[in-house]
Design a binder for this molecule. Structure first.
Ligand code: ZN
Length: 243
């Protein structure tokens, strides 16, 4: 079984379409989404409508919760707040209802699916092995798939050690049966690891691998739409930097 995993689309339709075209060529058996469909980008309703019929499972992201009013936004930075307020006005009723009904965690083919971390599924940022250790200790999974930081990585628990591993594009990462893993699939619509290309991962449960892919998309098209929508300049600029 091959499972396509995407996260953090953030209303970037051009990045989403590029990733979906890539996945059409790779033909995974299932596609799942780890949340943050919306927030930051100019096409929240179109992105959800495009993805929804293709998804076997999806979970709630913090920006999804904020966009439906289910979560306060006072702890977001000013740019993110501005984008969320804009997004709230741009969502169709049907898309708002869909986002509001997303679960905080799902499981497919033995993979735990959450936005942030296994321990705190919607909000926690797993930026280092120390944080990841607490989620391994909380238990309940062998392989968890996460997004939220917009930085692809793997945390591996082998015995009592937890280490951070790099995920290189197109290089299958081995998921050894003696270890447990938290795999961060990066972001489709706003990468922050210095590579502006959209990210996605395919997990092969038979070969026991996770493979990262990076897909170029026409960033200027998204940026032009963001300018027209009056979204914050720094959010527009960061797309080209991958930061
Ligand atoms: Zn996000």
């Amino acid at each position: 079984m091959r499972i396509g995993v995407i996260s953090d689309i953030h209303a970037n339709l051009e990045a989403l379409d590029a990733v979906l075209a890539h996945l059409d060529r790779e033909r995974p058996d299932l596609l799942v989404c780890l949340g943050d469909f919306v927030g930051y980008g100019p096409d929240p309703t179109a992105c959800v409508e495009r993805l929804r019929p293709r998804l076997a499972a999806a979970v709630l992201g913090n920006h999804d919760a904020a966009a439906t009013g289910a979560r306060p936004i006072d702890d977001f930075n000013p740019m993110a707040q501005e984008a969320i307020v804009w997004t709230q006005g741009a969502l169709s009723d049907a898309v708002r209802d869909y986002l509001r009904a997303l679960p905080e965690r799902e499981e497919r083919e033995g993979l735990l699916l959450v936005h942030g971390s296994p321990r705190q599924p919607v909000e926690e940022y797993l930026l280092d092995a120390r944080r990841a250790r607490a989620s391994f200790a909380a238990g309940g999974f062998r392989v968890a798939m996460v997004g939220h930081t917009h930085q692809p990585a793997v945390f591996e628990e082998a015995g009592s050690r937890v280490a951070t591993r790099g995920l290189l594009p197109e290089v299958p990462f081995p998921l050894r049966s003696a270890s447990r893993y938290i795999v961060n699939v990066g972001s489709v619509g706003q990468p922050r690891d210095g590579d502006p290309r959209a990210a996605c991962v395919i997990v092969d449960t038979h070969a026991r691998t996770a493979t990262l892919y990076r897909v170029a998309y026409p960033i200027e098209v998204t940026q032009t739409k963001m300018e027209a929508a009056g979204l914050p300049a720094a959010l527009i600029e960061r797309l080209a930097l991958g930061r």
